[in-house]
Design a protein around this ligand. Structure first.
Ligand code: 3NM
Ligand code: MG
Length: 531
């Protein structure tokens, strides 16, 4: 069995000044590289041969397979374990006939068709790229993105062909690469292939070790779930959820987590006030320059692109939030309305890992490329989905996060459990930004869930142990709580004698969020665990 997990591709031209090729290689092997490809594009055969021979000796020492890029003669000469071929190199079946039985053969693939061909030609593995932008190699086709890699991986279902992603992978995006590169069928990568993050490092040992620990922490088996707390068959499941919501309410009041919201101009003020009403602290910052500092201070990040501006800030904020394991709540407002929004949503989701994605039927339908529900403006038309429970569950698996589908009934899933919530009031549809308020409330409660998780870890644990999880805290509970808080507050607000219409409803809604008690949640919540 070949271990493709940390696949080093050499690149001598990227070595830091004064760093010897073999010294760097040995350090990276000690750091956890599991397979090495010698890639040389511009040298004479004799020099290539010498490098390959020396590399082979080191690989043998660490019991790591050696792959040669392109050159079958060199591979034969040094008795390499395999050969890696590009789309314009020797065809696989011919290479196979020239090489000893059992030689590993890999192919660079950029499309589904490439992968199909690699399978039928008998490749052992494919290198799919470029997943991110890279300056190590002149790319001849567009960057694929993690979601694109995920789609391509589906082609490998039912085969024994392994897959690594390549192109711009580094420790800052490795976890997102692994989590994001997943097909709807749950096919994940077998490894990541890296040049510059290791080779250009002055400490390749640490670079490889970092990547190796991220790989070790990657949970191949879907979503952010860690336990079976929400087992639908458990008799006390609803009580458990209600208790969880109440605890989160108290944690928020006690710790007042900072909720960073990059949101649209229509709702900024009311979202900030709703945040305060629940006992958290809002900050509505948008400048890219402050995103790193904020990521250290916040309990959660909300990204709402109702008026798509500040894209650069959205990208950086999400990346930094991922790096510090803070919840990222994404509200892709009106994503189906324009191609620009669709492209922007794809770009954002290619760059960071959302913890929760919240949208109405039109928005989530557009994100999922569903034909069932179409968008008109920012509101959905034509009702919802025939099978909303199945829809949210599948999308949660695909995006590897919690999905909140809002509507008359709200559906929430983490890819395993589906929860149905039936609170709310139709008057919410008569004020602007009620959906955005749901996003804000979800972010507040996810911030509470983060604070709760961290308080259980003790001081400093967060910094010492990057466990590799993309977020700390129970995001399913955070999402459920946020929806319940807003929809129950809405029910309480309309009952008030001083509410006469949508104008008086909005301040009453903020009041009810402000006064909301755990008791009211327990009495009013209409929760059903569907699966
Ligand atoms: N092949 P780095 S991208 C060798 O897309 C190679 O097939 C690619 O280098 C492909 O890790 C690439 O420094 C370079 O970005 C990857
Ligand atoms: Mg080649």
């Amino acid at each position: 069995m070949v271990d493709y997990s940390l696949y080093l591709v050499t690149g001598r031209e990227l070595l830091p000044q004064g760093k010897d090729y073999l010294v760097s290689l040995e350090e990276s092997l000690q750091g956890g590289v599991t397979i090495v490809q010698v890639r040389e594009k511009h040298i004479d055969t004799l020099e290539f041969l010498e490098i390959a021979q020396k590399t082979k000796l080191l690989c043998n020492k660490y019991n790591v397979p050696l792959i040669i890029n392109d050159r079958i003669d060199i591979a034969l000469a040094v008795q390499a374990d395999g050969v890696h071929l590009g789309q314009t190199d020797m065809p696989i079946h011919i290479a196979r006939s020239l090489l000893p039985p059992g030689t590993i053969l890999g192919v660079s693939c950029n499309t589904k068709e490439h992968v199909q061909k690699a399978i039928s030609d008998g490749a052992d593995y494919v290198g799919i790229g470029a997943v991110w932008g890279t300056s190590t190699k002149q790319l001849t086709s567009p960057v694929i993105g993690v979601r694109g890699v995920g789609q391509i991986l589906k082609t490998l279902d039912g085969t024994n062909v392994k897959a690594v992603a390549i192109g711009g992978i580094k420790s800052a995006n490795a976890l997102r690469t692994l989590h994001g590169s997943v097909s709807t069928t749950g096919h994940v990568l077998d490894g990541i292939a890296v040049v510059s993050d290791i080779v250009a490092s002055t400490t390749p040992f640490h670079a490889a070790q970092n990547l190796s620990s991220i790989l070790g922490a990657f949970n191949r088996n879907i979503t952010l779930r860690v336990d079976q707390r929400y087992d639908a068959t458990s008799s006390h499941i609803i009580d458990k959820i209600k208790n969880g919501v109440c605890n989160l309410m108290q944690t928020i009041k006690k710790t007042s987590p900072l909720i960073h919201q990059i949101t649209n101009v229509v709702v900024t003020n009311q979202s900030a006030n709703a945040t305060l009403a629940l006992g958290a602290s809002p900050i509505m910052a948008t400048a890219p320059e402050e995103m790193y500092d904020l990521s250290l201070a916040i309990g959660a990040l909300l990204i709402n692109f109702g008026t798509v501006k500040d894209k650069e800030g959205m990208i950086l904020a999400g990346q930094f939030a991922n790096a510090s394991q803070k919840p990222v709540v994404f509200d892709p407002v009106g994503v189906g309305a324009t191609q620009f929004r669709k492209r922007t949503a794809a770009e954002l989701l290619n760059t960071w890992q959302a913890s929760v994605i919240k949208g109405n039927a039109a928005e989530l339908g557009a994100l999922a490329d569903s034909k069932e529900v179409q968008a008109k403006g920012v509101d959905s038309v034509g009702g919802g989905f025939l099978d909303p429970a199945g829809f949210v569950k599948e999308l949660a698996k695909k995006e590897r996060c919690v999905i909140v589908l809002t509507g008359k009934t709200d559906w929430i899933s983490d890819g395993t459990t589906v929860v149905k919530l039936d609170n709310g009031h139709e008057i919410l549809g008569d004020i602007t930004g009620s959906g955005c308020l749901v996003g804000t409330c979800v972010a507040v409660f996810c911030g509470g869930a983060w604070a709760e998780a961290v308080s259980h870890e003790g001081n400093g644990a967060l910094n010492q142990d990057p466990s590799g999880q993309l977020v700390k805290g129970d995001m399913l509970l955070g999402a459920i709580s946020g929806v319940l808080a807003l929809t129950i507050a809405a029910e309480l607000a309309v009952e008030r004698s001083d509410v006469h219409g949508s104008g008086t409803f909005l301040p009453a809604l903020i009041d009810e969020l402000y006064h909301l008690t755990p008791q009211e949640i327990i009495e009013k919540a209409k929760i059903e665990v569907v699966s």
